[in-house]
Write a protein that binds this ligand. Structure first.
Ligand code: AMP
Length: 214
């Protein structure tokens, strides 16, 4: 199974991608997580991309396509993958199409999660993530049992720097201008499925499960 999840930041792509990935035993490829790890470990990639992440801007397409080529051709993607956060621009989607042709792979579906922008701003401001295992919480709708501590592993919960108000605004603008055109791109290929991203994590997961027939 090869899936893409698209949608604005904070729409719940990561949360849903993790659930689908666990259920179907395929890896969730979150380019945001890969880049944040690289920054945290100060690898050469991390040093190169840190400024873009801090400003809420997109990392250059050529760099992202190299990263994705390495990932989708690695052993862990033998049974498929869910891409979460990639592609983010038309050139990335075109580049991905070239890679899929090169390696004789096919996409099954592209799911776009849709939510009103005001809800997004609220969700992003209340989002906290575990510094250890990456588990995501929402202080209002899905809080941890003990404030600041991950229920899963006891790790420290933090607010991502790019979830602070000024950067959120910029990330939403980047989404509108650069990523939203992908909805049309995949619609024209007959791959697009629109899913309402409002409601609880479970509600959204059930909608996705129904439309994908998982
Ligand atoms: P995310 O966790 O998906 O919201 O991504 C966090 C940040 O990583 C974004 O604001 C970008 O700076 C960078 N990033 C993640 N995925 C991509 C991508 N496909 N293209 C360019 N930049 C990306």
């Amino acid at each position: 199974m090869r899936l893409i999840l698209i949608g604005p930041p904070g729409v719940g792509k990561g949360t849903q991608a993790k659930k689908i990935a666990r259920k179907h035993d395929i890896p969730q490829i979150s380019t945001g997580d890969i880049l944040r790890d690289a920054v945290a470990n100060q690898t050469s990639l991390g040093k190169e991309v840190q400024g873009y992440l801090d400003r809420g801007e997109l990392v250059p397409d050529s760099l992202m396509l190299d990263l994705i080529e390495d990932t989708i051709t690695s052993d862990r993607c033998d049974n498929g993958f869910i891409l979460d956060g990639f592609p983010r621009t038309i050139p990335q989607a075109e580049g991905l199409d070239r890679l899929l042709r090169k390696y004789d792979m096919e996409l099954n579906d592209v799911v776009v999660l849709e939510v009103d922008e005001n809800i997004i701003i609220d969700r992003l401001s209340s989002r906290r993530s575990c510094t250890n295992c990456g588990h995501i919480y929402n202080l209002k709708t899905n809080p941890p049992e003990h404030s600041g501590i991950c229920d899963q592993c006891g790790g420290e919960l933090i607010q991502r720097d790019d979830d602070k108000p000024a950067t959120i605004k910029n990330r939403l603008e980047v989404y509108r201008e650069q990523t939203k055109p992908l909805v049309n791109y995949y619609d024209q290929q007959g791959l697009l499925i629109r899913v309402d991203g409002t409601g609880s994590i479970r509600d959204v997961y059930e909608r996705i499960r129904d439309v994908l027939d998982l």
